[in-house]
Design a binder for this molecule. Sequence first.
Ligand code: UN1
Length: 515
Amino acid sequence: MTSAIDISAVFERMAIKPINPAWSTGRIEGDAAGEVAITSFSPVDGQEIAAVAALDEGAYDEVITQAQAAFLQWRNVPAPERGEMVRQFGEELRRHKQDLGALVSYEMGKSLQEGFGEVQEMIDICDFATGLSRQLYGFTMQSERPGHRMYEQWHPLGVVGIISAFNFPVAVWSWNAAIAWVCGNVCVWKPSEKTPLVAVACQRILARVLARNGLPEGISCLVQGGQPLGERLAGDHRVALISATGSTRMGKSVAATVAARLGKSILELGGNNAIIITKYADLDVALPAAVFGAVGTAGQRCTSTRRLIIHEDIYEAFKERLVKAYRQLRIGNPLDESNHVGPLIDKDAVANYMGAIARCKAEGGRFIIEGEVLSGQAYGSGCYVRPCIAEVSADYAIVKTETFAPILYVMKYRTMDEAIHIQNSVPQGLSSAIMTLNIREAEQFLSAAGSDCGIANVNIGTSGAEIGGAFGGEKETGGGRESGSDAWKAYMRRQTNTINYSDKLPLAQGIKFDL
Ligand code: UN1
């Protein structure tokens, strides 16, 4: 199968030279030959797209030193001017939306529409961060002492380490980086080793913006490597904040390493997201929400819908519509816009999918749409699987586990209390949704006694959050918030300032200390 994009033309337009390691701002000179390289394979057609050089041991320190030097300059640039740099980055992304979106789609395997959508998220966060650069507000407080003024201000942290996952290989980086930059930080990005090329493309785009503005490239550093590199970043006391996206297993390890040095972390880890479909739901809205949530990005979003909790009165009717919709799904090359579902990221992911299906069956799950690995010429990469649906009991161990694949678990409930209990009965707490036109049900779901997730939606699905809100979740999802609202505060340090403009020294709490 051939891809629908001319990859070498994309490389040329984006000035990407695979195998040449000089794209990293780590100023790594020389040729990739002889160095450890990371090979990027497309799950679309199994082709080796390119190899990029991994960062070698010595170069790591050089990168951090360069980032630290850039910080000394960048922190003194007024925030709105930093916002102007980010605005220009957003403009460049608009120009490259087609190419970058197609490259995301080809390297990661998501649909072309979702590849474009991912770049749109980057553009949106640049717009948001540009506005934010004039709104890094602190409070002023009333002092209890005469002739005193109290206020707080927010200062940048320094070097921010960003560890991102393969499934949103560029958008998640941009949520972190755009906010971190306007806050006055510099970033060191370790992308997933499964998607190294799109990271190179972003770095190329940004490097041009920095050069045009006479700014040091160290404001944005790219370090390519595997898990040991991530651990090194997490353990590095020169890196003030680590923002990590990925599995709960990875997050626990990063959290422990960062906490051991009392560093800061933002963790955006696994989800096990459910939609409650009540008997008052508009099923014409519920159906596409459930199907897109479960099969979009081949079930590889943190926010993918993994569980449907359906009221018993409408259970059979909804199940029937769901099965019918699944039978119409077209699985194939994600660059072909007539397909709904592309491949999983690699064969390990396929093995996890198969393993979860087997575990579900062993626990008593009944598949109403069977899963399978697809074969034949169109599926030559070996990464294409059929999205499947199992009827389960909410307490199965597999149902409480996040499997990054299009496996949907459906279950019945009778009362709202029961539905909310089931929704909350998993270790993860990222996204959740209710489908109902009944205001009592909706408000109960959103109340303190309702969903325990970081995201709770009414009459939309669990995935596809806008960048304007704070993104993240509770429990094993890690508790961090990225992107919009006031998530920026995690990228800055708060300083409380008290100024005495009187000729006395009154002490707080009325303490007397006479000399
Ligand atoms: C992720 O899967 O890590 O809400 C991020 C969504 C997207 C982001 C998902 N905006 O589905």
